[in-house]
Design a protein around this ligand. Structure first.
Ligand code: SAH
Ligand code: SF4
Length: 393
C-alpha cells in the first residue's frame, strides 16, 4: 500500500436533471429504441433515421446536454424534444485523485446506489475502467467487490454514462466548431473491469458498447475495448458475435481444485469447458488475442509448476498473459506474491512464447486498483453462508 495520502476533492455538484423528471432519458438507447421514441413523440417515420444520427452526434460526440443548443434542428423540434426527453448521465458524488494521476469517481445512479469508475492515464493512452453492476453475484475471495451483494444491474445508459461523466471531468469534449479527432483522446481505451460481472448483464453491456464503438457514438475502435469475464461460458460466443470487442478472462489458477476456490464460477464451468469456449473466440470475433488475467497470490497459485501448467493449458490459443500483483484491501485473506516470484513466473511464461506483462498497480492509495472497488455506502454484505455456498470455505 502506498504511503502517499490521497487528495480527496469536495463533492462536485454538477447540475443534473432528476431521474423522476418524467422525461425519458435518451442516453443508452440503441439506434432502434431512439428511433421508436422519436416517432412516438411525433417525428415523421421517414426522418427518424436522420434524427437519430443527429442526436447521437450531439450527445456522444459533442457532449451537449441541452436540446436548445442543437442548432441543426428546427427550433420547434428542439422544444418538442425538451418537453419529452432529457440527456442525463449519473452524478459524480466524489472524486479522488491518486498520487500517480489515477482518478476514481464515486458515481450515484438511480435509486441512490453507487458504483465506482476509474480513469488511468498512461504515457501513450488513457484507460477508463467501468462498472457493469452494483456489487457482484460471484464471490471470488480475493476480490473486494465480491464481498458485496449484487444490488442491481446497471442500465445501458448508466454504463455509457460513465464514459460521458469521465469526459466531462477530463474536459474531453471538443470545443464548438472543433472537428472530432483533432486532438489525442484522453479516454483512448475502455475496460469492463470495474464492479460486477459484465456477462451477467449482457444486454445492457452490449448496447452500451455498441454506442461506444459506433462512428456516430463515442467512436472507439472495438480493439480498444476489453471486456473481462470470470468465465460465463454460455455468453462467450455471444460476446464475440454481438459485441466483438477484445476479451480478457480471469483465469487465476491452473487446476480445477484451486480455481474452484479462487473463481467459484469454475464449479459450474470448469477449466476445460472454459478453454473450449475461448478457443473459438478469436475466430468468431475476428480479434487476435485473448488476455488471460492471472492474479499473483503468495503461496496459492504462483509456483513454477503453476506457470508451466498455465502455458500447457492455453497452448494453441492466441493469448497474452497479464500478471496482476494482488491488490490488498482491508481484511483480505491473501497476500501479494513477492516480486522475485512474480518475475520468475513471468519468465517461464515469456520463454514459452507469450507476452507476459505485469500489470502495474495504479491508484492503490485511493483504493482504485483492480479488485479494490466496493461501494462503501451499500450495506449489503454477503453473509458467511452465502460465501460458503459459493466458495466452500
Ligand atoms: N468480474 C469480472 C471483471 C471485474 S474484475 C472478472 O472477474 O473478470 C477485473 C480483474 O481484476 C479480474 O481479473 C479480477 O479477477 C481482478 N481482481 C479482482 N480482485 C483483485 C485484487 N484484489 N487484486 C488484483 N486483481 C484483482
Ligand atoms: Fe465478481 Fe469479478 Fe470480483 Fe469475481 S473478480 S467477485 S466475478 S467482480
Amino acid at each position: 500500500m502506498s504511503a502517499t495520502a490521497p487528495i480527496t476533492q469536495d463533492v462536485r455538484t454538477i447540475p443534473r436533471t432528476l431521474p423522476d423528471s418524467g422525461r425519458q432519458n435518451l442516453v443508452g438507447l440503441t439506434r432502434a429504441q431512439l428511433g421508436e421514441a422519436l416517432v412516438a413523440a411525433g417525428t415523421p417515420e421517414k426522418q427518424a433515421r436522420m434524427r437519430v444520427a443527429q442526436l447521437w452526434q450531439w450527445i456522444y460526440q459533442k457532449g451537449v446536454r441541452d436540446f436548445a443548443a442543437m442548432t441543426n434542428l428546427a427550433k420547434p423540434y428542439r422544444a418538442l424534444l425538451a418537453e419529452r426527453f432529457e440527456i442525463a448521465v449519473p452524478q459524480v458524488v466524489d472524486r479522488q485523485v491518486s498520487a500517480d494521476g489515477t482518478r476514481k469517481y464515486l458515481v450515484r445512479i438511480a435509486g441512490g446506489h453507487e458504483v465506482e469508475t476509474v480513469y488511468i492515464p498512461e504515457v501513450d493512452r488513457g484507460t477508463l475502467c467501468i462498472s457493469s453492476q452494483v456489487g457482484c453475484t460471484l464471490t471470488c475471495p480475493f476480490c473486494h467487490t465480491g464481498t458485496q451483494k449484487l444490488v442491481r444491474n446497471l442500465t445501458a445508459g448508466e454504463i455509457v454514462g460513465q464514459i460521458m461523466l469521465a469526459r466531462d471531468d477530463l474536459g474531453e469534449w471538443p470545443e464548438p466548431g472543433e472537428a472530432m479527432g483533432e486532438r489525442p483522446r484522453l479516454i483512448s481505451n475502455l475496460v469492463l473491469m470495474g464492479m460486477g460481472e459484465p456477462l451477467y448483464n449482457f444486454e445492457a453491456v452490449r448496447d452500451a458498447m455498441r454506442i461506444a464503438m459506433d462512428g456516430e457514438g463515442i467512436s472507439l475502435s472495438r480493439r480498444r475495448i476489453t471486456l473481462s469475464t470470470s468465465g460465463v461460458v454460455p455468453e462467450i460466443a455471444r460476446t464475440a458475435e454481438e459485441i466483438g470487442c477484445m476479451l480478457a478472462v480471469s483465469f487465476h489458477a491452473t487446476t480445477d481444485a484451486v480455481r474452484d476456490r479462487l473463481v467459484p464460477i469454475n464449479r459450474r464451468w470448469n477449466i476445460a469447458t472454459l478453454l473450449d469456449a475461448l478457443r473459438d473466440y478469436p475466430r468468431l470475433s475476428n480479434s487476435e488475442r485473448i488476455t488471460f488475467e492471472y492474479v499473483m497470490l503468495k503461496g496459492v497459485n504462483d509456483s513454477d509448476d503453476d506457470a508451466r501448467r498455465l502455458v500447457r493449458l492455453i497452448a494453441g490459443i492466441p493469448a497474452k498473459i497479464n500478471l496482476i500483483p494482488f491488490n490488498e484491501w482491508p481484511g483480505a485473506p491473501y497476500e501479494r506474491s513477492d516480486w522475485d516470484r512474480i518475475e520468475a513466473f513471468a519468465d517461464i511464461v515469456y520463454k514459452a512464447g507469450y507476452a507476459s506483462p505485469v500489470r502495474t498497480p495504479r491508484g492503490e492509495d485511493i483504493m482504485a486498483a483492480c479488485g479494490q472497488l466496493k461501494s462503501a455506502t451499500e450495506r449489503g454484505r454477503k453473509s458467511k453462508a452465502e460465501i460458503a455456498a459459493e466458495t466452500g470455505v
